[in-house]
Design a protein around this ligand. Structure first.
Ligand code: ADP
Ligand code: MG
Length: 364
């Protein structure tokens, strides 16, 4: 019998993890960064290798590291891997290319990205208004193409779950007309949770009113809570990090010591969500033309009042075209090109791997 990874003390555990990650491929492992469900290690490789950096995500030991919870943690990672695998060909999705087990604990591997949308929002001078449109368009494309492949809702859309590669670091000139940041939606750990597990919630500042309720949501319903989250994200993107609730999101959430208790209460966010679009009209002068109405309707407390993903996308293109025609045309060409590259939906090697993993864990 192998000792489960979580039974080692923290120091030994991290030594074991890093040693295994490094042995498989070489390189130098560091981390982890802890999210809500996962912990993410990074593996660096020497100059001249490709890729230079890999991310390895496993169930967070502090949350799932007991005999009672371990199955849940493994299940969560398998779910994320399966959902992401179903859409690996979408160029706006952060795909996983391999799985590695360390003392029975699964690690899913992807390319390490240059940062997350959170970083872009926190550095307003680093991205132009056109860049903001281009980024949002890629995110909506990700959700639309995912929806066509069975992902009814990402359900946890927020800036820290959207990664990017900075194309300027890969030789794309700063002044070129088109995409400067390649956006990759990640963390599909809660995708379709409302229908697969009867779990509606996501992350509070991005949750639509119906996600605060535990009553079942019609399984035929599709991404209308992703549209709500998109409304919040668009607002934050154009307002340099301000949340439509009236504060800078990162100042109050995730809640930590020193922040007023108000922001730690679910009711604060739930009450806001139920009148989410009220404040949008008063900030309209600071938002680009054509966007006010879009955000206003996306934040509609009634899901029926929200636009579809395709309406959302169309409005972004229209607004971008009005403020920057050349970037709009350049971006259109790039989007078409990237999407035409991923012609095949087949990845038999990963299918087989997933099937073997399912079988293995079913016997435990
Ligand atoms: N491939 C990656 N490249 C760069 N950063 C990543 C990558 N994967 C995860 N991260 C970082 O780790 C954090 C947590 O990862 P995430 O997949 O969102 O896990 P969780 O389910 O715990 O939220 C992300 O917000 C991001 O900062
Ligand atoms: Mg996350």
């Amino acid at each position: 019998m192998i000792t489960p990874l979580y039974e080692f003390d923290e120091e030994t555990r991290q030594q074991i993890i890093k040693m295994h990650l490094e042995m498989q491929r070489g390189g130098n492992a560091t981390g982890p960064i802890e999210g809500a469900y996962g912990e993410v290690y990074s593996i660096y490789f020497p100059e001249g290798t490709f890729p230079r950096q890999i991310a390895a995500k496993c169930p967070r030991v502090r949350r799932f590291g007991t005999p009672e919870n371990a199955r849940l943690g493994v299940e969560q990672v398998l779910h994320e891997l399966e959902k992401t695998h179903a859409i690996f060909m979408v160029p706006w999705v952060n795909r996983f290319f391999d799985v590695q087990f360390i003392h029975g604990w699964p690690f899913i591997l992807s390319r390490y990205r240059d940062g997350s949308l959170e970083d872009l929002i926190a550095n307003p001078l680093g991205w132009s208004v056109s860049d903001r449109f281009a980024s949002l368009i890629q995110i909506v494309r990700a959700l639309r193409l995912a929806q066509e492949r069975g992902i009814a809702a990402h359900q946890d859309l927020k800036p820290s779950n959207v990664f990017f590669d900075d194309l300027r670091r890969k030789g794309v000139p700063r002044e070129s007309k088109g995409m400067h940041f390649h956006m990759l939606v990640g963390d599909f750990g809660l995708a379709n949770a409302f229908r697969d597990f009867g779990r509606n919630s996501g992350s509070r500042p991005y949750m639509a009113p119906e996600q605060f309720s535990t009553s079942p949501i019609d399984p035929r319903a599709t991404a209308s809570f992703d549209v709500f989250a998109l409304g919040v994200i668009a607002f934050e993107s154009f307002m340099d990090g301000q949340h439509p609730i009236g504060v800078t999101t990162r100042d109050v959430w995730p809640w930590r010591q020193g922040i007023p208790q108000k922001w730690n209460r679910e009711s604060t966010w739930r009450d806001w969500a139920n009148r989410a679009n009220e404040a949008v009209l008063s900030t309209s002068s600071e938002l680009p033309h054509g966007i006010v109405e879009l955000i206003y309707t996306s934040l509609s407390p009634d899901s029926a009042g929200r636009p579809s993903l395709s309406d959302f996308e169309d409005q972004l293109w229209r607004s971008l075209n009005r403020i920057d025609t050349d970037t709009c045309a350049g971006l259109r060409m790039q989007v078409e090109y990237w999407e035409s590259l991923s012609s095949s939906d087949e990845w038999p090697h990963m299918d087989a791997k997933l099937a073997r993993m399912r079988k293995f864990y079913a016997t435990l």
